[in-house]
Design a protein. Structure first.
Length: 25
């Protein structure tokens, strides 16, 4: 299921982005 893998990757990148933004602020 490549679609599920892509969805998980999106969530992972989103989570990392939120953490980076939270640390920056």
């Amino acid at each position: 299921m490549p679609n599920k893998c892509l969805h998980t990757l999106k969530i992972l990148i989103f989570g990392i982005h939120v953490i980076l933004v939270d640390m920056h602020v």
